[in-house]
Each structure stands twice: as structure tokens, then as C-alpha cells.
Design a protein around this ligand. Structure first.
Ligand code: HEC
Length: 259
């Protein structure tokens, strides 16, 4: 009877482990299979590649931030991925935020500070749409979590443009053909290509490199607590394993006398 309980505890542990440790399977968007990439942060011990995160921030700053906000992120959050206080101050100081009112009751602009949220490219949705042919560039803070199989989907999307729509497909004015966007017509022109940025760390900026770096950065932005959560999960598993082991030993000791 006790042996059975022990076994079922063990198998329950194994199931918990298996479920939490499997990575995402192939998902489809609009019936199209999304190519699966290898990401450093998947798997039980996965962490974000720090160099890729830095490059990803550079891509966001130099490219995506021209249209997309990152509303949930503050400059000081960058400390979590290894940016120093001075680096963060310098990054924030490149932007201006509205503050106030001052003693005269006037609103004013000042340099952004580490505690400020990432500054949005547009003052409001109408301004954003007006600059984008009527389409709204969505906030990217939670994009990787908001889309099914998000990291692979965004990577595929950024690499999924066709120069011309297939025969028989009429593109509307200002739209591009994308293999992975639902409905295939997207209001975002291809945002990157080879050498679109010049990396500060000297990494060759192929389109593949740029797109995988920005996805890594956005995956961290959407789930900054991921590494902590994994560490805690691992500690819990080890703890449960030890407890199971000790209880089993105790059980044997007690039952040895009763037989
Ligand atoms: C010139 C403006 C512009 C730039 C630059 C830009 N985007 Fe977009 N993006 C848009 C617009 C507009 C949409 C909305 C498209 C639509 O709804 O058809 C969009 C949509 C998206 C979506 C949502 C797709 C979906 O499934 O709904 C993602 C993800 C995205 N962009 C990522 C990026 C990334 C990453 C970059 C930087 C490498 C970037 N964008 C640069 C304008 C831009």
C-alpha cells in the first residue's frame, strides 16, 4: 500500500516535470505551419542570451520604436539584463517626456529618467494611424505572449515577406504580402533586411540575426521574470524530490518494526 503511494508520488513528479519542461510544438497561423527556431530561453535551464538582448534593444531602438511603443517597460528594467546605471541614464536621456504642471501651471518637457516608461513614438492612437496608412502599430510589450507560438510567429512574420503577391491576389494600396500574417495583407512594410542596423558589438547584421535578436528582446520584455521562475521551479522540484526521499526512508524505518 505504502509502496504504491510512493510510486504514485514519483510518477506525479515525473508528469509535472515532463509537462513543465516540454518546449512548444508546431503551431499554425491561418493554416500555415510556422518554422520553429531554437531559442536559448526555452527548456528547463534556458536563459536569455545577454548579447542577443543587447542587440535586440538596439534593433528595437533604431527600427521598431519608430512605430511601435513598448508601454510596459521602464528604462530601469534594463538593469535586470546587465545594463549599468550610467548606461540606463544615457539611454533614457535620448528621449523626452511631458511632465508638470510646473509652478506656473504649465506642462513642460524634460529628459526621460530611468524610472520613466519607454517613450512611445506617437502621442496617441490617431497620430499613430495617421502615420501608418490608417493601421495601428500594436504595442510590443506583450506581443510574444499575445500571439500563439509568439517567438516563432514574430520571427516568421519578420522574415515572411514576398516581394510580390502570388498571382490572383490583389494587394490593397500600401499593403505588403506576408506569408505568415493572417489574411496575408499587412500594413507594415518589411521592417528589416540584411545590414539594416550596424551592431555595436560588431556581429554581422544579417536579416536572420536581426530578427532573432529582436524576438529575443521582445520575449524578455513580455516575460522578464522567466529566469527567476525557472530557478524557483527547479528549487521546488529538488525540494520535493528530497522530501519524497526522506519520507520514504521514514516509512521504511517505521514499518520495519511493524512487520
Ligand atoms: C513604419 C512603421 C513600422 C515599423 C518601423 C515597424 N512596424 Fe511593426 N507594424 C506596423 C504596423 C502599421 C502594423 C499593423 C499591421 C496590420 O495590422 O496590418 C505592425 C504590426 C506588427 C506586428 C503585429 C503582427 C500581428 O500579428 O498582428 C508585429 C509583431 C510587429 N509589427 C513587429 C515589428 C518589429 C519587431 C519591428 C522592428 C523590427 C517593427 N514591427 C517595425 C508598423 C511598423
Amino acid at each position: 500500500m505504502m509502496k504504491k503511494t510512493f510510486l504514485s508520488v514519483l510518477s506525479a513528479l515525473a508528469i509535472v516535470g515532463a509537462v513543465s519542461f516540454t518546449s512548444t510544438s508546431v503551431e499554425a497561423s491561418g493554416g500555415v505551419a510556422i518554422p520553429q527556431q531554437k531559442w536559448s530561453w526555452t527548456g528547463p535551464f534556458g536563459t536569455f542570451d545577454r548579447a542577443a538582448l543587447r542587440r535586440g534593444l538596439q534593433v528595437y531602438t533604431e527600427v521598431c520604436s519608430g512605430c511601435h511603443s513598448l508601454n510596459l517597460m521602464s528604462y530601469r528594467n534594463l538593469a535586470d539584463i546587465g545594463f549599468s546605471e550610467d548606461e540606463i541614464k544615457a539611454i533614457a536621456a535620448d528621449y523626452e517626456v511631458e511632465d508638470g504642471p510646473d509652478d506656473e501651471g504649465e506642462m513642460f518637457f524634460r529628459e526621460a529618467m530611468p524610472a520613466d516608461k519607454f517613450v512611445s513614438p506617437f502621442a496617441n492612437e490617431k497620430a499613430a494611424r495617421a502615420s501608418n496608412n490608417g493601421a495601428m502599430p500594436p504595442d510590443l510589450s506583450l506581443m510574444i505572449k499575445a500571439r500563439k507560438d509568439g517567438a516563432n510567429y514574430v520571427h516568421a512574420l519578420l522574415n515572411g515577406y514576398e516581394e510580390e503577391a502570388p498571382e490572383g491576389v490583389e494587394l490593397n494600396e500600401g499593403m505588403s504580402y506576408n506569408h505568415y500574417f493572417p489574411g496575408n495583407q499587412i500594413a507594415m512594410a518589411p521592417p528589416v533586411e540584411d545590414d539594416y542596423v550596424e551592431y555595436e558589438d560588431g556581429t554581422p547584421a544579417t536579416q536572420q540575426q536581426i530578427t532573432s535578436d529582436i524576438v529575443t528582446f521582445l520575449a524578455w520584455a513580455a516575460e522578464p521574470e522567466l529566469e527567476e521562475r525557472k530557478k524557483l521551479g527547479l528549487k521546488v522540484m529538488i525540494f520535493l524530490g528530497l522530501i519524497t526521499f526522506m519520507l520514504y526512508g521514514l516509512k521504511r524505518k517505521i514499518w520495519a518494526k511493524l512487520h
